[in-house]
Design a protein around this ligand. Sequence first.
Ligand code: IPM
Ligand code: MN
Length: 374
Amino acid sequence: TPKKSVAVLPGDGIGPEVVSAALDTVEKLKLPLEFRFGDIGWDCWREEGDPVPQRTWKLLEETDTCLLGAITSKPVRETEAELAPSLRGTGLQYVSPVLQLRQRLGLYANIRPVTDLDGGRFDFTVIRENTEGLYAGIDVHGLDEPLWNAVRHHPNAAASGPEDTSLTLRLQTRHGIDRLLRFGFAHAEAHGKRLLTVADKPMVLRNSGNLLRERLELIAQEHPDIETEILNVDAVALWMVRRPERFGVLVAENMFGDILSDLGAGVMGGLGLAPSGNIGDHGSYFEPVHGSAPGMVGKDRANPMAMLLTIAQMLGHLGLDVPGEELRNAVRTVARARKTVTYDLGGTSGTREVARAVAGRLEEGAARSAESTP
Ligand code: IPM
Ligand code: MN
């Protein structure tokens, strides 16, 4: 079989450390993969005025999927000052690289599994819409005539005036909802989940909530084996803490999904354990949910498990399910033992040490299966 290729974009902060430690571990699996490294993030913005340079888009086109380390997010007003002097005042606009990847590659489903590493008590997947909702980019401060007309009747807007009013629109489209729900059902079927929960706020967002309900009822008919429900997003947050085992697949619009998936990470023990995959019909990229943790850089403190679990998820996507499962199990074993773990799991081990412990488990596994093969 021909080798699959992976674009590796280590990015900012602890990104390069966790990528490098995790890839050393993954070498033990002797995978039929070619890793091709590329640039993304703040260095690219500073020096080239573009956090995702053309050569990186080209690399993404040439490869089967992408593994991303981490990206530092900064408030927009700080971005101009970061630019090399020659690039300042040229009107360049910083747009978060992850948002660019999701939008331009049409990666509409963000899959964020929430699994109990210790007891197997819960195991569900947040599937977050990744291209519309409050992230659609209709976000203005100081309203022009048409937008002002839409809100001028609100007493608070009237008391503030168009210049001191801001507005963000939550875009929801039949196209966006349908493909997300279809993806959610397919994921539920592929993973043996019987319940698909949609987190929304239908009592308040009455009209957009109705579109979602209509589409859900329609598409659910194509999947009679899967039960569906629409719950209020606040109630979902409560249940996720109280009874996470009740969920199977949890679908939510972009911002709700963003918040719920961090909550999910908290429920499973922190961002150090949370993987994600961004999937579209013609592309994908995988990244840990955690950020670039600038304060942790170079200290050998970051937990590499989120990155290792992210790679496991990526392997499944590439059809390498068996090594993906081996890697996931190795991480779980090391995490459960709580012996070689980073500070966030109560340990004192460093990034490299944890990655090596996982590699050790993989080697033991390989030795065992060699013994049992006649
Ligand atoms: C995430 C992050 C991003 C998001 C930020 C960095 C733009 O929080 O991947 O969850 O909001 O989607
Ligand atoms: Mn987030």
